[in-house]
Design a binder for this molecule. Structure first.
Ligand code: M6R
Length: 610
């Protein structure tokens, strides 16, 4: 969580820092701050409660001058959102910005208080500022002070230290929270995400776990965990620099919903031939690994978990391979049994989710035959630490509510399942052709689903006044209902629950009355008749039904039931297709409620703390 930007240049950097922070607001947005030093060691620190715009307004009023600076947008962990708790935190000449959590902050705080340091904030970060200031007293350089300090820290950090007495360098350290260095000509930059720096450079160097780097205008010197000088590769980024703009859309979430057919086309490109999935495109050694897999263990959080839950149905029904799906924060803290020839798959949009990353690290020591990730961010920690990565190509997703990352995850997983089933001779050529045809038809079908935008928007007022909503689905549409319910609660703040429709009569039916909207995902598959019975159970209790179905299913608008009749699509890809109207419904409810759609309260895009 939180976003970091830093710059060291011959020009003024405050505008670069602000522009970078605006791109990072998706990571946290309860307060923001910057500290900038000029060549004469004058340091100006400005912090504001609220979004980056409040900081920008403050900088507009009183110019912040200097060529060396660090900045931060915060998602509170220790200490409420406030100006005092906003970063940078300072101690003597040292300013610090930090992402992550210092778990041993309390004993360190006590130790530093005994040494005479006074704490002004409730944050764990202020501990780092005083620690570096203390170590600097006896260290030969700021780098050495940071290296000595990080050995005393437990927890996760991506951090930058600046010494106003020496504006010619910044020192960064990474452990459990990403830092990327942007290389310029005669100037250098750093950030917690390359997106913050795309306006100033496209050449990036990713720090590895335990690295400490010293950055000057001309050079970057990287040291590994043991203090040895190391080289880190400079990679040219191909991320679009306008990825952070809304274009003609009102919100990033809306833009990202409407980008889904393109994202799907990009994700399938080069991975399917005429009527087959190209197994080799899944990753290095994929053929060998997929031949041998006897069990799949998926680990993920949030929306990515819902994608895993959907894929479980595909792994077992199409590829005939058993599959378990578990929430990363549960998996990492329980004793588990690794089945023989198990493939571990982590799913993540960001590739930086702390719980998923911790689960991957744990699993790598637990006898899995290989660790694969399905991820949207190249160069992310999950991608770098997994044996191989199958990238979704959703493009940058800014809206906190995940949309195109989910549908592209589903597509990637479906291609993976197909390749696995084929390698294991459980999917024959005819079935593979059927799946590939369904995949190829999907982008155009998604475009059609998007034309239902107005019709779905017309339903939204029915939900906006309600306090609860139930979502129902069966089979692989149960996780689609789960994802729909997550979307609604996340951006509209309406309490929502998803149930496997057959489970209704085992308890939740007691909640159903005329005040309870019940949304049903009702595609035409073999479970439709069963689902119709569940719908009748709701009708009989006076529940308000909203049924998303295909025309052929025979649902009609009538008292107590509103129907969105969608064109029929292949049963195989229908979970991806039905996701889109669910996203539109949440979006329109949130619009009516007037919430902050792209940055809903209390949340952040990349959850890099556990
Ligand atoms: O980056 P990840 O996919 O690992 O993130 C996992 C969850 O934090 C994420 O999906 C979250 O649930 C979204 N905000 C849901 O829209």
């Amino acid at each position: 969580m939180c976003g970091i930007v830093g710059a060291i240049a011959q020009r003024e950097v405050s505008e670069i820092l602000l522009q970078g922070l605006k791109k990072l607001e998706y990571r946290g947005y309860d307060s923001a701050g910057m500290a900038v030093v000029d060549d004469k060691s004058n340091c100006t620190r400005v912090r504001r409660l609220g979004k980056v715009q409040a900081l920008a307004d403050a900088v507009d009023e009183n110019a912040v001058l200097g060529g060396t600076g660090i900045a931060h947008t915060r998602w509170a962990t220790h200490g409420e959102p406030s100006e005092i708790n906003a970063h940078p935190h300072v101690s003597n000449s040292i300013s610090i910005v930090h992402n992550g959590i210092i778990e041993n902050h309390q004993p360190l705080r006590e130790l530093l208080q005994q040494r005479g340091y006074v704490f002004y904030s409730q944050t764990d970060t202020e501990v780092i500022a005083h620690l570096v200031a203390w170590e600097l007293k006896s260290a030969a350089s700021l780098r050495e002070a940071v290296q000595k300090s990080v050995t005393q820290l437990e927890g996760a950090y991506g951090m930058v230290a600046m010494d106003s007495n020496d504006p010619s360098r910044l020192v960064v350290a990474r452990s459990g929270s990403p830092i990327v260095i942007g290389r310029g000509i005669g100037e250098n930059f750093l950030a917690s995400d390359q997106l913050a720096l795309l306006n100033v450079t496209r050449r990036f160097m990713y720090l590895e776990e335990g690295d400490v780097a010293e950055i000057t205008r001309r050079d970057v010197f990287v040291f590994d965990q043991s203090g040895n000088a190391v080289e880190r590769e400079v990679i040219e980024s191909n991320v679009e620099s306008d990825a952070g703009n809304k274009g003609k859309y009102r919100h990033f979430m809306q833009k990202e919903i409407f980008e889904q057919s393109t994202a799907l086309i990009n994700t399938m490109e080069g991975r399917i031939s005429h009527d087959a999935v190209i197994t080799e495109s899944i990753g290095v050694n994929a053929v060998e690994i997929l031949n041998k897999v006897e069990h799949v263990q998926i680990i993920a959080c949030g929306t990515s978990y819902n994608a895993g839950m959907t894929a479980r149905y595909w792994f077992e029904s199409l590829a005939g391979v058993s599959c378990d799906v578990e929430i990363a924060s549960e998996f990492r803290y329980r004793k588990f049994v690794t089945r023989p020839n198990s493939l571990l798959i982590t799913l993540s949009q960001s590739g930086e989710t702390a719980d998923t990353l911790a689960a991957l690290r744990l699993a790598k020591e637990s006898g899995y035959m290989a660790a694969m990730t399905v991820c949207n961010v190249a160069g992310s920690s999950l991608v770098r630490e997994s044996d191989f990565a199958f990238m979704t190509r959703a493009g940058t997703e800014i809206g906190v509510a995940s949309t195109k990352a989910f549908t592209t995850q589903l597509l990637a997983l479906l291609m993976l399942v197909t390749a696995m089933g084929k390698q294991q001779k459980r999917i024959d050529a005819a079935k593979e052709k059927e799946i590939v045809e369904a995949i190829v038809a999907l982008p155009a079908q998604i475009e059609t689903a998007l034309t239902f935008d107005k019709e779905i928007a017309a339903l939204a007022p029915d939900f906006a006044e309600k306090h609860h909503t139930l979502f129902l689905g069966r089979g692989e549409f149960y996780p689609i209902a789960m994802e729909a319910s997550l979307k609604l609660k996340e951006i509209s703040y309406i309490h929502a629950e998803a149930y496997a429709a057959g489970e209704l009569k085992h308890g939740p039916l007691a909640l159903v009355d005329a005040d309870m909207p019940v949304v049903v995902v009702a595609p035409g598959n073999e479970l439709l008749e069963k689902l119709k019975s569940n719908i009748e159970e709701v009708r009989a209790r006076g529940g308000l039904l909203y049924v998303f179905a295909e025309k052929e299913a025979g649902f009609n608008n009538e008292a107590g039931m509103k129907v969105v009749n969608l064109p029929k699509v292949s049963e195989i890809t229908a979970p991806i297709y039905y996701t889109v109207p669910m996203q539109l419904l949440s979006y329109h409810v949130a619009l009516i409620k007037g919430t902050d759609v792209d940055q809903p309260r209390n949340l952040a895009k990349a959850v890099t703390v556990e």
